[in-house]
Design a protein around this ligand. Structure first.
Ligand code: 8X3
Length: 264
């Protein structure tokens, strides 16, 4: 399928996988509706997307955790942005790496509110229009963490297991319509992910990727683009992708130490 002129709504577009996905769609001549909390960062992505060939770019400040704000933002879209062809539910984060019995309630709330409830709020606001128009593709960002839980990551892994259930449920609920639903599930990707998880502790974040070559945000954007550009009768349910040095969310190999393990 040709993506030229398609309207793509992308959450969490200001950095990481979101920003790389914006640029990948831009190179295909798509129209980009970019959403993120940080408008200053988002405007840089918008500029780069325009330079990369996006047909048009529209940026909106959005915190996906704020349900009334999500509903209002989608309802208030200018007419030329209201018909969304592709929704990429990318906004998400991890916070902390703790045992459940020692975990921070605040961290849990932030992950669940963003990764699960935020994804649902945006989906609930955007998908009815797609159903009405009889056209659309929803791409959700999952994770190897949703396939297999790792130690100290129970709540983050639970949010990604929820994403998997919502992705699969939505596909069943939309059966009989021409809409498509896909989940792209990466393993380790080098973004701000670990810096956010460890609240800016650079040394600890760097250790996560030490001695192995992680995926890049562009690798993931590439998979998203592949999933949405299949012929209209093809639905990609899941794409599970890892660096070669990672077998699953429990097992990876670090060159520096020659060790295999699951220590993040
Ligand atoms: C991110 C995967 O293994 O870095 O969703 O937590 S992992």
């Amino acid at each position: 399928m040709n993506l030229t002129g398609k309207t793509v709504f992308l959450t969490g577009a200001s950095a990481g996988i979101g920003a790389a996905t914006a640029l990948a769609f831009a190179a295909e001549g798509a129209r980009l509706l970019l959403a993120a909390r940080r408008l200053d960062k988002l405007s840089k992505v918008a500029e780069a997307a325009q330079a990369r060939g996006a047909q048009a770019v529209h940026s909106i400040p959005l915190d996906v955790r704020d349900q009334p704000a999500v509903a209002a933002a989608v309802a208030a879209l200018p007419a030329e942005w209201a018909e969304i062809d592709i929704l990429v539910n990318n906004a998400g984060l991890s916070r902390g790496l703790d045992k459940v019995h020692q975990g921070s309630i605040e961290d849990w709330d932030e992950m669940i509110d963003t990764n699960v409830k935020g994804l649902l709020y945006v989906t609930r606001a955007v998908v009815p229009g797609m159903v009405e128009r009889g056209s659309g593709h929803i791409v959700n960002l999952g994770s190897t963490a949703g396939e297999l839980t790792y130690p100290n990551g129970a709540v983050y892994c639970a949010t990604k297991a929820a994403e998997k259930a919502i992705n699969d449920g939505l596909r069943q609920d939309l059966l009989g319509t021409p809409l498509r639903v896909s989940s792209i599930d990466p393993g380790m990707v080098e973004t701000d992910f670990s810096r956010v998880r460890f609240r800016g502790d650079e040394a600890r974040a760097a250790k996560v990727y030490q001695g192995l070559q992680p995926l890049t945000p562009e690798d993931v954007a590439d998979a998203i683009l592949w999933a949405v550009s299949r012929p209209a009768h093809v639905n990609i349910a899941h794409v599970l992708m890892t660096p070669v040095a990672q077998a699953n969310s429990l097992l990876f190999h670090r060159e520096t130490t020659g060790t295999m393990g699951n220590t993040r």
